[in-house]
Design a protein around this ligand. Sequence first.
Ligand SMILES: [Zn+2]
Length: 481
Amino acid sequence: MNIRTWRPRRIVCLMALGCCWLVGQTAPLPPTAQLLREVIAVDTSNPPGREAALAEMLAAKLRPLGFHIDIVPTPEEGKAHLIARLKGNGTKRPVLLAAHADVVGVEREKWTIDPFAGAVKDGYLYGRGAIDFKGGVAVFTRAVMMLAENQVPLDRDVILLVEADEEGGKYNTTWLAQDHWDKIDCEFSLNEGGWILKNDEGNVDYVSISTADKSSVSLLITARGTSTHSSMPLEDNAIFRLSKAMAKLADYQTKPFLIPSTRKFFATLAKVSPAPMSEHYQNIASSNDPVKITAADEAIGKHSPLFHALIRNTIAPVFLNAGFRGNVIPGSATATVNFRLIPGTDPEELRMEIAKVVAGEGIEVGYAGFVNLSPQEMEQRRQRTMSMRPSGEDTTLYQSLVKRAKETYPEAEVTPYLFNAGTDSIAWRVRDVPVYGIYPYPITDTDLMRMHGNDERVPVESLESGTRMIYNVLMDVAASQ
Ligand SMILES: [Zn+2]
């Protein structure tokens, strides 16, 4: 049998199963959905995470198939990273699939369905992490299991990493990479990131594969004044000074800054969107006319906060701190402002830009959270942020992702993408290992809104088509020719 592509026999088999799960919840689910149900049932809400239980559960499935298993516990009890390696002949360097095991917590009373039962309703599988990123754990795990089940000869090791502490905490992949880099070193890797976005008719409009992530920097704006009795106010009140500085920042907007992948992304949106947004997307992607760019920027900002964030360094105040007694005017007041940076941004240039915006008597702008770092350490951090370049579109992994996305979703456009937040792919990016990102299942905008929210869900069918796509990608990049 030809093992280069998904086996037709399996499709027939899945279709048969599909009929069963449409009829009733107790009927067996297709394989990836069944695995996702089991993965969701292991509650890894972070904090505390407790990913070790999930690592053990997956290891028990992978070990008998010939995977070499490494469970790396973190210093916190019950938390661990799982590294499962399927050996190849070593002709090529490994490919790594990374998916985080932890999920954000739930507001239980706001869910209409048990967030940890993996229940199926109307063709959707519900549960915390269904999209972010236990769906990815299930798809990546099923895809590598199929390589082993089908006894595919491999030119390179295929590594599955199921990670701890992506949603928060200290012991994430950056921690793992410090002492265990040899276990996760690879030629290229796949993580969460871009989207397979479906429209309301059920067709996939586009597949975006992230080639870069934004990075995060927080600045501390400090206002100083005289500390004295509140009965005798002075003109240099620190809280008023900070308020004026923050008002200036509220009225300020950074300029659009598009990297090549973002231009391609908006050119793709232009193709799949109705007027007038199609024209705005085209203008932001390729126009040189400042009037058209400004109009497009404004229209895009109103239309989508996500797209607004893709074309600029974003500004978000996150903490205010001032005062300690009702009868004392404090000598200082501070605001922490979080910025998400487009790759290529120099954090020091940004700090100077913001210092100019909020300038006033008694106002200083420094980095938040780095007070104890030496100038050399600060410089290292700056260099690290600036070194995180987008991953190339010329690798066999990226090219296979494009090819298999087009094959799996023939109606869709495929585009590179800048992911709007940070992910734990930073461990590879800082070491110059290409990382690509995808949530490997078609979902709609409405589904997407539930990620990190209530009644998170993923279409059962999407899990199976996503698994087919990822399996075929692994066949392209890892199977012996
Ligand atoms: Zn995630």
